[in-house]
Design a protein around this ligand. Structure first.
Ligand SMILES: [Zn+2]
Length: 232
């Protein structure tokens, strides 16, 4: 009987000295995914192929390890500002770098409408009828900007804040709230002071097409919104 070699299985290898960064978390990443041949592989591919239970399990363990390390290594500072509390980078962060995970209980649209405080809204829309409520951690305090340095990536039920450009230590962290909004029941006056400030934060569908296109290209728009938007 002929011996058929098993297909090469990817393995997860912590290797700080050989850090070339992963596609998902950028070069600040301290875990490198390697094939058995010793070549770095794109962990985003590894994460989302998930062809078998074993692959899925390995991906889950790897992701948990990944984010534990990042949560420890990515330091954020919460400070009081004239706009209220805000979150600042306590280290330089590379473009694409993972900053933190957003967490919180989930609610329906009806529950959200009853529970949110329009003047201090810490809910995040993650689907047409699903909102993530406050976590009472730093992720609740990350402010909106019309010229943000971060964005939210949502996959497999996990919401991650990533840097969409280089961030230097001391900068306030922000993302564009419109990238998560398609609710038609809440708007916010914007005081971000950005050169392109829209003055009011509204649903993604109301953004200028070039702004929509930029955020979609960066991968920082909630998937349930992207499905509905046609950008030429
Ligand atoms: Zn603004």
């Amino acid at each position: 009987m002929a011996i058929v070699p098993l297909p090469e299985q990817p393995k997860i290898n912590e290797n700080k000295s050989q850090n070339m960064g992963c596609a998902q978390h950028g070069t600040g990443c301290t875990v490198v995914f390697q094939s058995n041949a010793g070549e770095n592989v794109d962990n985003r591919e590894l994460c989302f192929q998930k062809q078998s239970f074993l692959d899925r399990w390995m991906w889950f363990v790897g992701r948990t390890l990944f984010e534990r390390m990042h949560m420890e290594s990515c330091r954020m500072l919460i400070r009081d500002t004239e706009k209220g509390k805000a979150v600042f980078a306590d280290a330089d962060i590379r473009k694409g770098g993972f900053i933190c995970e957003f967490t919180g209980p989930t609610y329906t649209m009806d529950e959200y409408k009853k529970l949110h405080d329009p003047s201090n809204n810490h809910f995040l829309q993650i689907d047409d009828d699903r909102f993530m409520g406050p976590s009472h951690n730093a992720d609740d305090l990350i402010n909106h900007s019309c010229d943000p340095n971060c964005g939210l990536v949502y996959r497999d039920g996990i919401v991650k804040l990533i840097a969409i450009r280089e961030i230097v230590k001391g900068e306030e962290l922000s993302f564009d709230y419109s990238t998560t909004m398609d609710e038609d029941c809440w708007e916010m006056e914007c005081l971000c002071g950005g050169h392109n400030c829209r003055k009011v934060v509204r649903d993604f569908k109301y953004l200028p097409p070039d702004v929509q296109k930029k955020y979609i290209a960066l991968g920082v728009v909630m998937p349930f919104i992207v499905k509905k938007i046609t950008v030429s």
